[in-house]
Design a protein around this ligand. Structure first.
Ligand code: NAP
Length: 283
């Protein structure tokens, strides 16, 4: 293996230790940062995600509330819960776990969350703030990717970054964050004609598609930094990313593994956003 590993678990431990220390300092001023996680229905993957988020709160000394509602909860009832949490002084961050049941308009629910508590960074006000370079919450997954680049001291200015995927929660905000750091950014998607021709030019590649082997060794320039956001299952049912890790690690300069890469960073940045939401009350 020539590539160096960017270890998301190790970096998360470091960042969460800092969060814990800041939580302790905030508690001394009478404020305990609080996160509310709302789960509707019984999607098994969502149940794992929300458990991990609540556990991360406990580990860092934050207050958390997990609201579980049946899949039959109406949109109006969910909007009423969000409104109550918007007014709850013990809660500084609200996260409604996606996906929501089909009868609920997820965008409407996200827009009902107060932007001051939008720690997922999905509200249109957060998206607008990121786009215009104003203060606001950054979506946790691309924010975690930026922290990974920072952790290796990577200078993005003048580099070519290729983002594969253009979702509102990963691809687009990722591209904006890279742009903000003066990278030249190319965004690829399902209609991109020659993905390989573009990735071969890239100094940094972020794969956020949700399909195995989207990025293979023949598509990567020697020494490139490769961040793998994808979460898929291989033929043995094991978690894997979008990148052919075994091949690409032989040519990349840096690479993130799956599991143990971007995944833990996503939850860590949720902790950071929730803490910073609470810190704004005293700054
Ligand atoms: P998404 O909304 O399904 O978006 C996938 C994107 O990939 C779309 O923009 C799509 O293009 C593009 N795409 C599909 N096939 C492609 C191809 N062959 N070549 C190039 N682009 C292609 O997914 P998402 O929510 O962004 O998530 C992406 C992946 O990241 C998933 O595996 C998800 O589970 C994972 N994820 C991981 C974390 C984490 O914490 N590690 C967090 C969030 C998401 P179009 O727009 O043209 O359809």
């Amino acid at each position: 293996m020539t590539a160096q590993l960017i270890d998301g678990n190790a970096l998360s431990r470091q960042l969460r230790a800092d969060v814990s220390a800041r939580v302790t300092a905030l508690k001394a001023k009478g404020i305990t940062p609080g996160l509310a996680v709302v789960l509707v229905g019984d999607n098994p993957a969502s149940q794992v995600y929300v458990r991990n988020k609540v556990k991360a709160c406990e580990d860092t000394g934050m207050h958390s509330v997990l609201e579980r509602w049946p899949a039959t909860l109406s949109e109006a009832e969910l909007l009423a819960r969000v409104d109550a949490l918007n007014h709850d002084k013990t809660i500084h961050g609200i996260l409604v776990q996606l996906p929501l049941p089909a009868h609920i308009d997820a965008q409407k629910v996200i827009e009902a969350i107060s932007p001051a508590k939008d720690v997922d960074g999905f509200h249109i006000a957060s998206a607008g703030a990121l786009m215009t370079g104003m203060p606001g919450f950054w979506p946790c997954t691309p924010y975690g990717c930026m922290k990974m680049l920072e952790s290796i001291g990577y200078e993005l200015k003048g580099k070519h970054a290729v983002v594969i995927g253009r979702s509102n929660i990963v691809g687009k905000p990722m591209a904006l964050m890279l742009l903000q750091q003066n990278a030249t950014v190319t965004i690829c998607h399902s209609a991109t004609k020659d993905l390989k021709a573009l990735t071969l030019q890239a100094d940094v590649i972020v794969a956020a598609v949700g399909k195995r082997n989207v990025l293979t060794v023949d598509m990567v320039k020697p020494g490139a930094v490769v961040l793998d956001v994808g979460m898929n299952r291989n033929d043995e049912g094991k978690l894997c990313g979008d990148v052919d890790f075994d091949g690409v690690k032989e040519i990349a300069g840096w690479i993130t593994p799956v599991p143990g890469g971007v995944g833990p960073m996503t939850i860590t940045m949720l902790m950071v956003n929730t803490l910073e939401s609470a810190e704004r009350l005293v700054s």
